[in-house]
Design a binder for this molecule. Sequence first.
Ligand SMILES: *[C@@H]1O[C@H](CO)[C@@H](O)[C@H](O)[C@H]1NC(C)=O
Ligand SMILES: *[C@@H]1O[C@H](CO)[C@@H](O)[C@H](O)[C@H]1NC(C)=O
Ligand SMILES: *[C@@H]1O[C@H](CO)[C@@H](O)[C@H](O)[C@H]1NC(C)=O
Ligand SMILES: *[C@@H]1O[C@H](CO)[C@@H](O)[C@H](O)[C@H]1NC(C)=O
Ligand SMILES: *[C@@H]1O[C@H](CO)[C@@H](O)[C@H](O)[C@H]1NC(C)=O
Ligand SMILES: *[C@@H]1O[C@H](CO)[C@@H](O)[C@H](O)[C@H]1NC(C)=O
Ligand SMILES: *[C@@H]1O[C@H](CO)[C@@H](O)[C@H](O)[C@H]1NC(C)=O
Ligand SMILES: *[C@@H]1O[C@H](CO)[C@@H](O)[C@H](O)[C@H]1NC(C)=O
Ligand SMILES: *[C@@H]1O[C@H](CO)[C@@H](O)[C@H](O)[C@H]1NC(C)=O
Ligand SMILES: *[C@@H]1O[C@H](CO)[C@@H](O)[C@H](O)[C@H]1NC(C)=O
Length: 239
Amino acid sequence: MHSSSSAILVAVLALASCVAAQSASATGSATASAAPASVTHVITVANNQTADNGTAVFTPQSVNASLHDTVIFNFTEGTHSATQSTFANPCIPAHDTNSTINGFNSDLRPAGNGTAITQLVIVMNPDIINDTLWFFDQSTCGIGGVGVINAGNVTATWEPLDAFVRNAIRLNGTASTSSAAPASTGGSSGSSGSSGGSSGTSSSDGGSGSNSTGAALAVRVAPTVVLAPLLALAAALLV
Ligand SMILES: *[C@@H]1O[C@H](CO)[C@@H](O)[C@H](O)[C@H]1NC(C)=O
Ligand SMILES: *[C@@H]1O[C@H](CO)[C@@H](O)[C@H](O)[C@H]1NC(C)=O
Ligand SMILES: *[C@@H]1O[C@H](CO)[C@@H](O)[C@H](O)[C@H]1NC(C)=O
Ligand SMILES: *[C@@H]1O[C@H](CO)[C@@H](O)[C@H](O)[C@H]1NC(C)=O
Ligand SMILES: *[C@@H]1O[C@H](CO)[C@@H](O)[C@H](O)[C@H]1NC(C)=O
Ligand SMILES: *[C@@H]1O[C@H](CO)[C@@H](O)[C@H](O)[C@H]1NC(C)=O
Ligand SMILES: *[C@@H]1O[C@H](CO)[C@@H](O)[C@H](O)[C@H]1NC(C)=O
Ligand SMILES: *[C@@H]1O[C@H](CO)[C@@H](O)[C@H](O)[C@H]1NC(C)=O
Ligand SMILES: *[C@@H]1O[C@H](CO)[C@@H](O)[C@H](O)[C@H]1NC(C)=O
Ligand SMILES: *[C@@H]1O[C@H](CO)[C@@H](O)[C@H](O)[C@H]1NC(C)=O
C-alpha cells in the first residue's frame, strides 16, 4: 500500500508539472490545430462543509472530460480523499465491490490549512473514457462529499448525481446507523450483496413524508412517477 501510494504520488507530481508546462504554453499561443486540444479540469477539494452538507467538498462536483483530458483533484484544505466508487455503493472503493474496476484512490490527504497542497491527476485515457467515474471523500461521504466525472446521459442511465448524493447519505450518513436494520433480509449482506437487491428493497424507506432516503431505489421501482422532478433536480445540479 505504501509503495503504491508513493508511486502514485511520484506519478502525480510528474504529471502535474507536465500539465502545468502544457497549460502555460497553451495560454501563450492561441494557434488552432486540427486536433482538439486536451483540457485540464481542476476539482478543488476543501473543507467546504457543514455538519450535514458536504456537497461542496468537491468543487465542481461534476465534470465532463474528453479523451486525453486531465482531471486534477487539488487538495487545498483539510483531510480528504478522492476515491473512485460505484453508483450503488458510493462510499466504498470501487475495487472492493467490483474487482474488475481498478479505480483511483488518493487515500486521505492532509492538506492542513493550505500548507500542504497536493494533487491527484487522472488522465482520461481510452480505457476509462467511456466510463462514469463516481468518487467520494472518505471523510465526508456520509454527508454528500461525493462527485462524478462523466455522468453521461442521465435520462438514459437513471443515475444522476443528486441520486448518488442521496445514496451516500442514506448508506453512510448518521441516519444510516439507525436504519441499518432493514438490510437484514438475507444472510450476510456484506459488501457484494447489494447489486442483486434491485427490486422491492426500498419499501421501508419510501414511506410517506420521507425526506431524502430511498430515492435512488425508488427511481427504479416507479420511474414514470419520479422521472420529471428527478430530471429537474438533476438539471439544476448539473448545469
Ligand atoms: C471551497 O474552499 C476553497 C478553499 O477554501 C474556496 O476557494 C472555494 O471558493 C470554496 N468553494 C465553495 C463552493 O465554497
Ligand atoms: C448543500 O450546500 C450546497 C452549497 O455548499 C448548496 O448548494 C445545497 O443547496 C446544500 N444542500 C442542502 C440540502 O442544504
Ligand atoms: C490548487 O490550489 C492552490 C490554492 O488555491 C492554487 O494555488 C493552485 O494553483 C491550484 N492548483 C491547480 C492545479 O489548479
Ligand atoms: C464491474 O465493472 C465492469 C467494468 O466497469 C462492468 O462491466 C460490470 O458490469 C461490473 N459488474 C457488476 C456486478 O456491476
Ligand atoms: C488559515 O490560513 C489563513 C490564511 O493564511 C489564516 O488567515 C487563518 O488564520 C488560518 N487558519 C488557521 C486555523 O490556521
Ligand atoms: C468509447 O466510445 C466511443 C464512441 O461510442 C467509441 O468510438 C470508442 O471505441 C469507445 N472506446 C472504448 C475503449 O470502448
Ligand atoms: C460506508 O458504509 C459501508 C458499510 O457500512 C462501509 O463499508 C464503508 O467503509 C463506509 N464508507 C465510509 C467512507 O465510511
Ligand atoms: C455533462 O454532459 C452531459 C451530457 O452528456 C450534460 O447533460 C451535463 O450537463 C454535463 N455536465 C457538466 C457538468 O457539464
Ligand atoms: C439521452 O437518452 C434519452 C433516453 O434514452 C434519449 O432519448 C436522448 O436522445 C439521449 N440524449 C442524447 C444527447 O444522446
Ligand atoms: C430526514 O429524516 C431523518 C430521519 O427521519 C430526520 O432525522 C431528519 O431530521 C429529516 N431531515 C429533514 C430535513 O426533514
